[in-house]
Design a protein around this ligand. Structure first.
Ligand code: PBG
Length: 324
């Protein structure tokens, strides 16, 4: 008789035949930097995740580096917002300052800057509004300015999340023409219009003041369109593709993994984190086990890199497991 259970008999053999291994080197930890002083404010729907001003951030940076998490995704919360989000491309903007600060405080950390406008616009949409909708091509012009400014500040990688058509091509051109031809772009290539972003919008003060993001982010029902979006970004020169959110879109992660040879990232978003934390706080689930199971499922589906608010906790568990 064929008995698959033979290879599940004890922990040694289970470890030996395990197909998917999580590794802290694959984690990217999102971090919220707020303009101002003396800020360390927990986000109510994301326990354990804080907004920091730069004068209070060093301890967090040190912890991330010591845990072996190689990279941060930076989000900024500016003091000033306006219709176009112009504080996002100021050389003294909050993320620009943040990059310079972190490069001094923890030079080993690889800094990926989110490139978008929703945290910087007074209406909370991801670009320039014309007649009640985000104007694609006007937004591209601003995206170029923001990209050059973040690159000049010393970002190691840029990650545009606004789902504008042609965003990768226009950023690539702008970077190449301004001395940044070696700077990679990780595209939020397949980003769905998802209700799982709710807690992030509290975290980053970026909820749209009116309407929604359905004219630029993708319909959660669509799969073929995800391939078309990714095809375009590959053609336009993206270096890494991302699928976002992660858990309800594991099929899309698998589709992209099979179709492209580029590294693939997925974003385990705020709502996914909040659900797990809420259920764990009630004692309804085992939060640590469920976290590791979810992260493993993302990797098994095909994600090479995982952006996750769980990065520190998961890295701690992995260190404990390896006995170091
Ligand atoms: C847009 C952006 C969003 C997230 C990352 N980048 C929010 C949105 O599109 O509304 C969401 C991340 C999360 O939910 O954790 N700059």
């Amino acid at each position: 008789m064929i008995r698959p259970r033979r290879l599940r008999k004890n922990i040694a053999i289970r470890d030996m035949v395990r197909e998917t291994q999580l590794d802290s080197a694959d984690f990217i930890y999102p971090i919220f930097i707020e303009e101002g002083e003396n800020i360390k404010k927990e986000i109510s729907s994301m326990p354990g995740i804080y907004r920091y001003s730069l004068d209070r951030i060093d301890e967090e940076l040190q912890e991330v580096a010591e845990l072996g998490i190689p990279s941060l995704m930076l989000f900024g919360i500016p003091k000033q917002k306006d219709a176009e989000g112009s504080s996002s491309w100021q050389d003294e903007g909050i993320v620009q300052q943040g990059i310079k600060h972190i490069k001094q405080a923890q030079p080993s950390l690889y800094l990926i800057a989110d490139v978008c406008f929703c945290e910087y616009t007074d209406h909370g949409h991801c670009g320039v509004m014309v007649n009640g909708d985000v104007d694609n091509d006007l937004t591209l012009t601003n995206l170029e300015k923001q990209s050059i400014s973040l690159a000049n500040a010393g970002a190691d990688m840029l990650a545009p999340s606004g789902m504008m058509d042609g965003m990768i091509a226009s950023m690539r051109d702008a970077l190449d023409l301004n001395g940044h031809s070696t700077l990679p772009i990780m595209s939020y290539a397949v980003k769905y219009a998802s209700s799982f972003y709710g807690p992030f919008r509290d975290a980053a003060d970026s909820a749209p003041a009116f309407g929604d993001r359905h004219t630029y982010q993708m319909d959660p029902a669509n799969r073929m369109e995800a391939l078309r979006e990714a095809d375009l970004d590959v053609e336009e020169g993206a270096d890494i593709l991302m699928v976002k959110p992660a858990l309800s879109y594991l099929d899309i992660i698998r589709d992209l993994k099979e179709r492209y040879s580029l590294p693939l990232a997925t974003y385990n978003v705020s709502g996914e984190y909040a659900m797990l934390k809420a259920a764990a706080a009630k004692g309804w689930i085992d939060g640590e086990k469920m976290m590791m199971e979810q992260l493993t499922s993302m990797k098994r589906a095909g994600a090479d890199l995982i952006l996750t608010y769980h990065a520190k906790e998961a890295a701690k568990l992995l260190l404990r497991k390896s006995g170091s």
